[in-house]
Write a protein that binds this ligand. Structure first.
Ligand code: CTP
Ligand code: MG
Length: 213
């Protein structure tokens, strides 16, 4: 079976958090280190993408490179630094510290089974409304809608082709979809939320305190 490469994107500014949250410590381990270790457990080569001027001082990686202004640009920087001839590439947010091994295995298995990409999705619980100018324009039917997480796994050539256009999207699967690729959804994990605001880090710590992860 072909190899697996992984890109951990950790080059964000953390505007909503108020600091580059990927370097915050959760139960003694930084979020970025958790993401790198989780990827290393399932990959042959891990590249971490960092903010400009940041020295890498975490677990061993094949390369640490500088990110770009957007998440997509950071993924492209990571892809360019991934040297192995991998069959599969995983992209994972440094800001998701609680993704399980089971979830990594599930997205990789779905690509091995033939998909161009596999993403974790969780059903949306809240009612969704489209708002225009402070006023509700419509209530969106949430049937069939899922909130999408990382890790996302890709057929390496599908991901590289999708990024070759230099497009920008909040996740990589969107670029593969736009290129006509087959993207499948596996069951995501409620505990695999993205640390976006300080309260999210407290929630993650509380889950670890309770032994939920
Ligand atoms: N990311 C990145 N390069 C960017 C923007 C984001 O590598 N130019 C990474 C972040 O470090 C994070 C992941 O992409 O691990 C998800 O992005 P997000 O949660 O939006 O993080 P930030 O962009 O840092 O936060 P904010 O949007 O609040 O500024
Ligand atoms: Mg962002």
């Amino acid at each position: 079976m072909g190899g697996v490469g992984a890109v951990v994107v950790a080059a964000g500014r953390g505007d909503r958090f108020g600091a580059p949250k990927q370097f915050c410590v959760l139960h003694g381990v930084r979020l970025v280190d958790r993401a790198v270790s989780a990827c290393a457990a399932v990959s042959d080569e891990v590249v971490v993408v960092l903010p400009p001027g940041t020295e890498w001082d975490g677990p061993p990686v094949a390369a640490a490179v500088e990110g770009g202004d957007t998440r997509s640009a950071s993924v492209r920087a990571g892809l360019a630094a991934l040297h192995g001839d991998h069959e599969i590439v995983i992209v994972h947010d440094a800001a998701r510290p609680l993704a399980t091994r089971t979830l990594f295995d599930a997205v990789v298995a779905a690509v091995r089974a033939g998909a161009d990409a596999a993403v974790p999705g969780v059903a949306v619980a809240d009612t969704l409304k489209r708002v225009e100018g402070g006023r509700v324009a419509e209530t969106v039917d949430r049937r069939g809608l899922v909130a999408v997480q990382t890790p996302q796994a890709f057929r390496a050539d599908a991901l590289r082709a999708a990024h070759a256009t230099g497009g920008d999207a909040t996740d990589d699967a969107a670029l593969v979809e736009a290129a006509g690729g087959v993207v499948v959804v596996v069951s995501g994990e409620a505990t695999n939320f993205k640390v976006t605001e300080p309260a999210d880090l407290e929630r993650a710590a509380a889950l670890l305190d309770q032994g939920c992860r």
